[in-house]
Design a protein around this ligand. Structure first.
Ligand code: ASP
Ligand code: MG
Length: 411
C-alpha cells in the first residue's frame, strides 16, 4: 500500500464525463488499497473565463478580488469529483486550500507556499477517505484567499506530496509523458522513461510546457518522485527523479531538445569599450522590469564593441525604447531589433562527462546551412539563437544527430 498524490489538470476534468472518468480511476486506486490525495484544476477554460469577467469590471482587476474570483474554478471541481466518488461508493472529502490550510504569503495572484497543515488530511486518509484538494489556491495569515500563479495546481500537488511524505506525485495530463522534443515538430520524438529534475527544469524553462517550472523546482528541492502520465491512457509515463546515474545509463548524452519562439534580439553597435558600459546599457532594462536572457558582447576592435541580448518578444519595443536613450548617452552608434529569431537548446546531464557535444551540435547545424547568431551554455545545456525560419529543421536534425529518434520497431 502506498500514499499517492494525483493531480488532474483542466482538460482531464473538463466535462461531466471526464470528471466521472477520473472518479472511476481514483476509485480503482483506492480499491487496490492505496491512500489517495487528489488535486484538481478548474475545468478547462474556466480560469480564463473568470479572468475575462474580471477585466470587464476593472481595467487592472484588484488582486485580492481576483483571487477570490479565480479560486472558485477549483472549488467547483473538488465538489463535483467528491460527489462522483461517493456515487461509486468511494468515501471522499473535498478541501479548499484554506480548509487544508495551505498557508501562503500575501502576494495575490502569485503567492508562495509557506506551510501546509497535513493533520486534517491525514485523519481523513486514516478513515479510508479519498482527500480531494483544490489546486492553485491557499490562504494567507489573515485568512485571505490567495492563488499560486497560472498552472499552479502542479505546485499544489507537489507541495502536498512533500508535506505528506507521499511515495509518488502523479501529474495526470493530456500527454503520456515527457518527450525528447515536441512530437508536433518531430515525428520520431520519443517518450522518456526517466529524466532528472535538473534536465526537466531546463526543458521547462526552455519552452517545454508539460509541467509548471515552480512545481519541478519544488519537487527537486524536496526530492518528491514525480511522474507525468496520460489521464485516460494506460502507460508508465515519465518519472522525474534525482537519480542521475541510473537515468544517464539508459539514455543518450542529450536527453531532449527544447525550443521557443518567444524571444527577440536587440543589438547596440559601437558601444565604447570602457568599464561600466554593459552595466549602463543593461541596468535600465532591469529597472524597466524586462528580463534579459542570452547576452553576447564582442571582443572590442578600435575601442568599441557590439552588444546583443535577447528579451521576451512582448518586451522588445519597450526594451528598444529604453536602449535608444542610454545608447545616445553612451555615444553608441545604433540600436537594432529582430524578432524573427528562435532559441534551440540541447539538454542533458550526460554533457558533464562527455566532450564534443557542442561541436557536434554546431556541426549538425552547419551541415544544414543554419547560421548560429548567438550561443550560450550551462553545465547541462547548450542553446543557440537562429533565424526563426530554420527552427523546425534545426530541431529535427539535432534530434536525429543525438540519436533521439524512435527505433523503427517502436513506431
Ligand atoms: N486553473 C489554474 C490555471 O488555469 C491553475 C491550474 O490549472 O493549474 O492556471
Ligand atoms: Mg490549467
Amino acid at each position: 500500500m502506498s500514499l499517492i498524490v494525483q493531480k488532474y489538470g483542466g482538460t482531464s476534468v473538463g466535462s461531466v464525463e471526464r470528471i466521472q472518468a477520473v472518479a472511476d480511476k481514483v476509485a480503482g486506486f483506492r480499491q487496490r488499497g492505496d491512500d489517495v490525495v487528489v488535486v484538481v484544476s478548474a475545468m478547462s477554460g474556466e480560469t480564463n473565463r473568470l479572468i475575462g469577467l474580471a477585466h470587464e469590471m476593472q481595467e487592472q482587476p484588484d488582486p485580492r478580488e481576483m483571487d477570490v474570483l479565480v479560486s472558485t474554478g477549483e472549488q467547483v471541481t473538488i465538489a463535483l469529483l467528491c460527489m462522483a466518488l461517493k456515487a461509486r461508493g468511494c468515501e471522499a472529502k473535498s478541501y479548499t486550500g484554506g480548509q487544508v490550510k495551505i498557508l501562503t504569503d500575501s502576494s495575490h495572484t502569485k503567492a508562495r507556499i509557506i506551510d501546509i497543515d497535513q493533520a486534517n488530511m491525514a485523519a481523513d486518509l486514516k478513515l479510508g477517505r479519498v482527500v480531494v484538494v483544490a489546486g492553485f489556491q491557499g490562504v494567507d495569515e489573515r485568512g485571505a484567499i490567495t492563488t499560486l500563479g497560472r498552472g499552479g495546481s502542479d505546485t499544489t500537488g507537489v507541495a502536498l506530496a512533500a508535506a505528506l511524505g507521499a511515495d509518488e506525485c502523479q501529474i495526470y495530463t493530456d500527454v503520456d509523458g515527457v518527450y525528447t522534443t515536441d512530437p508536433r515538430v518531430v515525428d520520431g520524438a520519443r517518450r522518456l522513461d526517466r529524466i532528472t529534475f535538473e534536465e526537466m527544469l531546463e526543458m521547462a524553462s526552455l519552452g517545454s510546457k508539460v509541467l509548471q517550472i515552480r512545481a519541478v523546482e519544488f519537487a527537486g528541492k524536496y526530492n518528491v518522485p514525480l511522474r507525468v502520465l496520460h489521464s485516460f491512457q494506460d502507460g508508465p509515463g515519465t518519472l522525474i527523479t534525482l537519480d542521475e546515474e541510473e537515468t544517464e545509463m539508459e539514455q543518450p548524452v542529450v536527453a531532449g531538445i527544447a525550443f521557443n519562439r518567444d524571444e527577440a534580439k536587440l543589438t547596440v553597435r559601437g558601444v565604447p569599450d570602457i568599464p561600466g558600459a554593459a552595466s549602463k546599457l543593461l541596468a535600465p532594462i532591469g529597472a524597466a522590469n524586462i528580463e534579459v536572457d542570452v547576452i553576447v558582447q564582442n571582443v572590442a576592435a578600435d575601442g568599441s564593441t557590439d552588444m546583443t541580448f535577447t528579451v521576451h518578444r512582448n518586451d522588445m519595443e519597450k526594451a528598444a525604447g529604453v536602449l535608444h536613450g542610454v545608447a545616445e548617452s553612451l555615444q553608441a552608434k545604433e540600436v537594432s531589433t529582430d524578432d524573427k529569431i528562435a532559441k534551440v537548446s540541447i539538454v542533458g546531464v550526460g554533457m558533464r562527462s562527455h566532450a564534443g557535444v557542442a561541436s557536434k551540435m554546431f556541426n549538425t547545424l552547419a551541415e544544414e546551412g543554419i547560421n548560429i547568431q548567438m550561443i550560450t551554455t550551462s553545465e547541462i545545456k547548450i542553446s543557440v539563437i537562429i533565424d526563426e525560419r530554420y527552427l523546425e529543421l534545426a530541431v529535427r536534425s539535432l534530434h536525429s544527430a543525438f540519436e533521439l529518434d524512435k527505433e523503427p520497431s517502436e513506431e
